[in-house]
Design a protein around this ligand. Structure first.
Ligand SMILES: [Zn+2]
Length: 264
């Protein structure tokens, strides 16, 4: 008979910071974060593992994954969430019946989408019907708050239907398009409106504030990294990178005083 560990209570009781020593990791503290090499991935360099106490989150550049304290323990111990939770709970642990924690807050709005302001083709209105807490969104590892921060959500209709719709902004933060990211490994991974050229922008450039820039593979990785305490992350919006995109990235680096770029 297996009993359930109360994941929520466990996460409140064991912080990611406390888990560092429980997991036997030797990390260095800097700017409110703990960093060090990842003993599992053995890639991503000396600062691959990032623990952000303020977000109670971990992120590993080696595998480009992150999450809460349970995901942290699961990553380092290479086990599943249940085993990780049992480890964090200690011998005997806090084992009790798992209450039903799934909240169906039902974020369905029936507002009619107004994709573009009439008479102004440059200004795009945010889609109001996206669902930031849809099960497909959760399955991607995204929290509702992260989706809300980025303005993203599951699209139940429209041209992004069945995908995670992610707003794309220009460097000034103006919404210029949405891209639709697959939630189930369909090809192509990202789709765009016909009138939008994804090679004209660096994703998330408008959120860059510091001189340390990290380039990730796609917008979902940017959202997950941000969720897990990594700032100043950007990505291209295409699989194949054209020279004009590298120019855009170089320009962005100049603007934020970034001398070297971290590839993850
Ligand atoms: Zn790792």
């Amino acid at each position: 008979m297996s009993s359930f560990i109360d994941f929520v209570a466990l996460k409140e009781r064991v912080s990611v910071e406390a888990a560092i020593s429980l997991l036997g990791l030797n990390l260095k503290q800097r700017n409110g974060q703990w960093r060090g090499p990842c003993p599992v991935c053995k890639s991503g360099g000396d600062r691959a593992l990032v623990i952000t106490p303020a977000k109670n989150a971990f992120y590993c550049f080696g595998s480009r994954t992150g999450g809460d304290v349970i995901a942290f323990a699961a990553h380092i111990r290479e086990c599943d969430a249940k085993q990780a939770a049992a480890f964090l709970a200690g011998d005997g642990g806090e084992e009790k019946q798992d209450a039903d924690k799934t909240s169906e807050s039902g974020n369905t709005s029936n507002t009619v989408p107004e994709e573009r302001n009439k008479g102004d083709t440059r200004s795009l209105q945010p889609l109001t019907y996206l669902q930031p807490d849809h099960e497909c969104v959760r399955a991607l590892g995204l929290y509702r708050e992260t989706c809300e921060f980025f303005g993203a959500g599951y699209a139940p209709k429209g041209i992004m239907r069945g995908r995670l719709a992610i707003p794309i902004h220009d460097n000034q933060g103006t919404l210029v398009a949405y891209c639709g990211r697959t939630t189930n490994d369909e090809n192509p991974g990202l789709i765009f409106p016909k009138d939008f050229d994804p090679a004209t922008l660096v994703y998330n450039a408008h959120n860059v504030t510091e001189a340390e820039l990290v380039l990730l593979r796609d917008p979902l990785e940017v959202m997950l990294a941000t969720q897990n305490g990594i700032d100043n992350v950007v990505s291209f919006l295409t699989d194949t990178i054209r020279s004009k995109q590298l120019h855009l990235l170089a320009k962005l680096m100049d603007e934020c005083g970034c001398e070297s770029l971290q590839l993850a």
